[in-house]
Design a protein around this ligand. Structure first.
Ligand code: GLN
Length: 472
């Protein structure tokens, strides 16, 4: 077996037993990146300054990739945007501090849609990333670069962020595991804000074991994040062998609606039957308010974005342009013209939704819908331990296919955004292929029940035993 095919779990053991040195592992990954990344474009920045590793740490020397909206001290963090093209953070995000303290090494910062707005990485100000299963296709987004790095063996695991599906979508399209934690479980300190009330940082890994392992490191209370939940840390590894017999699973009917490909439906149903054979009970259920989730999500996300992105004025935040001879308004416009098309669209729409006279009709209404969706989920969780369905309605689409039509792109998020509105956790785990492209199975649980997601996803991945190594 190649070193590059080790999972995080296996690699840690191999390094601990002295079968491998972390320097050798690092070299293998560097060679791999040199060979593949000019083409796949998983990374925006490669870390050239790798420190010595403390071998008495749980992740001693394991090479990770970090999405480029998560601050890394001394290492450029662009957020996929020209406006932060030269930004070198003076501090680490809390998750990065935790990973470094655990001994992990940051290989580089991964490509993403600008300010995490998108589902394909085509909105990156720099370049799109390519799907390692078919290079004419997108890897999904917005954490596309992280998914490519993990799937193509350019990193052993990665962090992404998920505001409306940005971890789960690329995980689904690239054949890896991605977990969006409960809102408040993982610190957002040092995550460059897009829509604060919706987003969480989470792991993107080659299997569920690695996902549990990373959750153990990144989850936990942080006084630097005002929305952080103050509770005991859990050991997610204990859920890997949990029996799922008699667990009740609700199959979300709306997730199989119009626009869902036959190939996706088939493999997702197959996964449901695999879990049924393990003793889980299932029933088809409806979440009636879900049809309002997409518009509510986009209204809330854009409104928050318009407010969050106001700080990029070229003075305190954002690139300092040459403003010689310009009055303040022209200088301000010149700076803000550095935002890409999609970011500008969202700032405009969000500002509109928040403006006097429209606030009640749009933003406030979206908040009310959000509450209804949350209650709908609460009602279902009285009857079911987990809810399931596809992560994405389709497999990865072609680069260029949807980029000219924002609505078509937004529609891709129908099955992922409800979870962010409700603040609950969800995982995407590979469940099969359609025309050689991976499909993700989504499992959703009540708040702080990540353990259930890990238990069910692990059983499924063990039973299916798919080959998730793209031919590169
Ligand atoms: N695709 C969604 C959007 O464009 C979700 C993005 C995300 O989760 N960051 O808003």
């Amino acid at each position: 077996m190649r070193v590059l095919d080790f999972t995080l779990f296996e690699l840690i053991n191999a390094i601990k037993n002295g079968d491998l040195s972390w320097e050798d592992v690092m070299d293998e990954y560097k060679i791999r990146i040199d060979r593949l990344d000019d083409d796949l474009k998983a990374y925006i920045t490669i870390n050239e300054n790798i420190d010595k590793v403390n071998l008495n740490t749980p992740l001693a020397g394991v090479p990770l990739a970090i999405k480029d909206n998560i601050c890394t001290r001394g290492l450029r963090t662009t957020c996929g945007s020209r406006i932060l093209e030269n930004y070198i953070p003076p501090y680490d995000a809390t998750v990065v501090t935790k990973l470094k303290e655990a001994g992990a090494v940051i290989l580089g910062k991964t490509n993403m849609d600008e300010f995490a707005m998108g589902s394909s990485t085509e909105n990156s100000a720099f370049f799109p990333s390519k799907n390692p299963w078919d290079k004419s296709r997108v890897p999904g987004g917005s954490s596309g670069g992280s998914a490519v790095a993990v799937a193509a063996r350019e990193a052993i695991a990665a962090l992404g962020s998920d505001t409306g599906g940005s971890i789960r979508c690329p995980a689904s399209f690239c054949g890896i595991v991605g977990l969006k934690p409960t809102y408040g479980l993982v610190s957002r300190f040092g995550l460059i804000a897009f829509a604060n009330s919706l987003e969480q940082i989470g792991p993107m890994t080659r299997d569920v074991r690695d996902c549990a392992l990373l959750m153990n490191i990144i989850a936990g209370y942080d006084e630097m994040d005002g929305t952080s939940i103050n509770k005991e840390c859990e050991n997610y590894l204990t859920y890997l062998n949990m029996d799922v017999k008699n667990m009740r699973m609700g199959v979300l009917k709306e997730f199989f609606g119009e626009g869902t490909e036959e190939g996706v439906k088939k493999e997702v149903w197959n996964a449901i039957h695999v879990l049924e054979n393990l003793g889980m009970k299932y029933k088809e259920v409806s979440l009636p308010t879900i049809k309002y989730a997409l518009p509510a999500y986009y209204l809330i996300a854009m409104s928050e974005a318009s407010s969050n992105l106001a700080r990029y004025d070229g003075i305190r935040y954002g690139v300092r342009i040459d403003d010689e001879g310009l009055d303040w308004s022209k200088a301000y416009s010149k700076t803000r013209s550095l935002f890409g098309k999609e970011v500008k669209r969202r700032i405009l729409l969000g500002t509109f939704a928040l403006s006097a006279g429209y606030y009640e009709d749009y933003y406030l209404k979206a908040l009310k819908v959000r509450t209804l969706i949350k209650r709908d989920f609460e009602r279902l969780f009285k009857e079911f331990d987990v809810l399931v369905g596809p992560t994405m309605p389709t497999v990865a689409f072609k680069i260029g296919e949807k980029i000219e039509d924002p609505l078509e792109m937004y529609m891709m998020d129908v099955d992922t955004v409800p979870v962010n509105l409700a603040g609950i956790p969800a995982i995407s785990v590979p469940c099969g292929f359609s025309n050689g492209l991976p499909i993700g199975f989504q499992i959703i649980a009540p708040p702080l029940m990540e353990g259930r997601l890990i238990a069910v996803a692990r059983k499924l991945e063990e039973e299916l035993n798919l080959n998730l190594n793209p031919p590169l």
